[in-house]
Design a protein around this ligand. Structure first.
Ligand SMILES: [Mg+2]
Length: 269
């Protein structure tokens, strides 16, 4: 059962007072509210300031872990000294860190070949758009009329069928988006584990991981930190319905995410 982070802060803050903290943050829906188009999901200056201050605290390490393309998420956050994982962790860059998953390089060629066909076939569905993220592709349907969503999915599955059967790609679902990924077990959870291993190899003290995210694809990361770390899920209607999640804590809004980051900064600053 997920507990509201706000109500648990008194107890939790004691645990977070002195440890090395590895803070992993999703971007869309976590640091910015869900908007009509991904390009409109801008981080406010006030929120950037909170991230920047927290990033300067001793023994705190921060990474953004997003489904977006790496260069895009970096451009939106604009804090150079932070670490970034883009494309669900297939690309990582940060001080002393660099990764492009080898399989992702291979799959990128397939995705670039598939792209024109996908765009042509899906053109008939109004509101649907295909985003080219190089190592992965996103098919956004948040502007598609509800009655057309099933048809859109069928059309997509028809095009992808031979590739799915030959395991040349994977299809996953997020909030109003279908994603085509390289056919390997690699996701935000694996990326978080990889990042922690890198960090741990350079330090004697353990790092306590915290992951904050809002979507289905963040569940892999909550699972990766479960037990030894802390998962925090952003659930917009937290009070109204019970939530099934691998996260132990819940927050009800982006605002509450920043409330948490701020009290954490006050605790550690
Ligand atoms: Mg998200």
């Amino acid at each position: 059962m997920m507990k509201r982070l706000k109500h648990e802060w008194q107890t939790l803050s004691k645990r977070l007072q002195t440890v090395n903290l590895a803070l992993f943050l999703d971007y869309d829906g976590t640091l910015t509210p869900i908007v009509r188009h991904p390009r409109l999901a801008k981080l406010s200056n006030q929120h950037r300031q909170i991230l920047r201050r927290l990033n300067r605290c001793p023994h705190i390490w921060m990474a953004i872990v997003s489904g977006r393309e790496l260069k895009e998420v970096k451009r939106f956050v604009r804090i150079p000294s932070m670490t970034y994982a883009g494309n669900h962790g297939f690309q990582v860059s940060g001080p002393g860190l660099h990764l492009v998953h080898p399989q992702a390089k291979k799959s990128a060629r397939l995705f670039q070949k598939l792209l024109p066909a996908l765009r042509a076939e899906l053109k008939t569905i109004s509101g649907l758009w295909v985003e080219n993220k190089q190592l992965t592709l996103s098919i956004h349907y948040r502007q598609v009329r509800a009655r057309d969503v099933a048809r859109a999915k069928q059309t997509l599955q028809k095009i992808l069928k031979p590739f799915l059967r030959q395991r040349r790609l994977k299809m996953t679902e997020g909030k109003k988006v279908w994603e085509l990924r390289p056919p390997v077990t690699w996701h935000k959870g694996e990326a978080v584990k990889w990042l922690l291993r890198q960090k741990q190899s350079k330090s004697k003290r353990p790092w306590l991981p915290i992951f904050i995210g809002d979507d289905v694809t963040d569940e892999d990361a909550f699972k990766a930190v479960k037990g030894h770390g802390i998962g925090v899920k952003v659930v917009y209607n937290l009070k109204r319905k019970p939530v099934r999640s691998q996260a132990s804590y819940g927050v009800a809004s982006v605002r509450e995410v920043f409330w948490f980051l701020q009290v954490l900064q006050q605790l550690r600053g």
